[in-house]
Design a protein around this ligand. Structure first.
Ligand code: ATR
Length: 279
């Protein structure tokens, strides 16, 4: 059935800026692949406009939208409901219209991260995980590692106080940033959740000599796709999972809720997104 444009299921992503977002490319790929009527738009929303934009999406009967920087936390009081996982993480990346004018905030970054890891490597929650970083991304990762039953999580951040604050919400052993090489001993998973290694940012300086070669290494940074950490880990013999998977898998739940069909993360989708990244 072809719907009139005005009735077309509508979703999108808000951010400030938002031009860099790969979400439109992901969702439009699925809409086309699945032959669904619907549209997905990137909308630039400066912080002062956030409340008015949420109201206008309600009035326009949007199915929902993704939320990116800098709105992931500030949007929470503007929504009608926050699901428990997003509440625990303290950030919303996906909003879903669950009833007439009711907007529910969810967080699909955390399950997206875990789905990407599982798709890319064999994960053993019985072995220690080392998490580098204590920002917003790290909060989502700690929540999902905890849900996945990881028994030992070592959390290291340049600003140790931030790590201590995070460890008050999620069980983790806080170590010193300067001890990061030694704290890799015996680990089964190493996660870079800092911005280090991203194009234009400083490098992540780390020596992997003490990391078991069986440990899975992953990076939330996906520009570049193969960060120095992943290249170094690969050369060391470790299985690696790049950061693009998290972006692709986090999109699945939102799409399913808005458009009623659960899409698949495939090599074709990945290739389509990589073209936009110039990778
Ligand atoms: P996000 O919400 O995306 O995680 P963020 O809150 O800005 O972003 O966090 C960025 C992370 O990268 C933090 O863990 C930050 O460490 P600090 O809390 O000490 O700032 C880390 N980071 C950024 N630049 C860094 C650097 N030069 N050295 C070490 N860590 C750095």
């Amino acid at each position: 059935m072809t719907l009139r444009a005005g009735m077309m299921p509508r979703a999108g992503v808000i951010g400030w800026p938002v031009g860099h977002s790969l979400s439109p490319r992901i969702h439009r790929f699925w809409l086309k692949e699945l032959g669904l009527d619907g549209c997905y738009e990137a909308v630039v929303v400066p912080p002062d406009w956030l409340g008015d934009m949420v109201d206008s999406f309600r009035l326009g009967r949007w199915r929902g939208f993704n939320v990116t920087v800098p709105h992931k936390e500030t949007i929470m009081p503007l929504l009608d409901r926050i699901d428990p996982a997003a509440r625990a993480i303290g950030a919303v990346n996906t909003v879903v219209a669950v009833g007439d004018g009711i907007f529910e905030g969810r967080n699909t970054d955390a399950p997206g991260f875990m789905a990407s890891l599982h798709a890319g490597a064999a994960i053993d929650p019985g072995r220690p995980a080392v998490v580098l970083g204590a920002g917003g991304a790290s909060r989502a990762i700690l929540a999902i590692l905890n849900d996945a039953g990881f028994r030992e999580i070592r959390l290291l951040n340049r600003d140790r106080v931030r790590a201590e604050c995070l460890a008050a919400s999620f069980p983790a052993i806080v170590g010193d940033w300067s001890d990061r090489n030694a704290l890799l001993e015996g680990a089964g998973l190493l996660i870079n959740a800092t911005s280090l290694g991203m194009t234009g940012q400083p490098a992540l300086e780390i020596d992997l000599a003490r990391l078991p070669v069986t440990a899975v290494v992953t990076d939330i940074v996906y520009r570049p796709l193969m960060t120095d950490l992943l290249l170094k880990a690969q050369a060391h013999g470790n299985p690696v999972v790049d950061g693009l998977g998290m972006l692709l898998y986090q999109a699945v739940e939102g799409f399913a809720a808005w458009f009623g069909v659960r899409p698949a993360v495939t090599q074709a989708l990945r290739a389509h997104v990589l073209v936009a990244m110039g990778a």
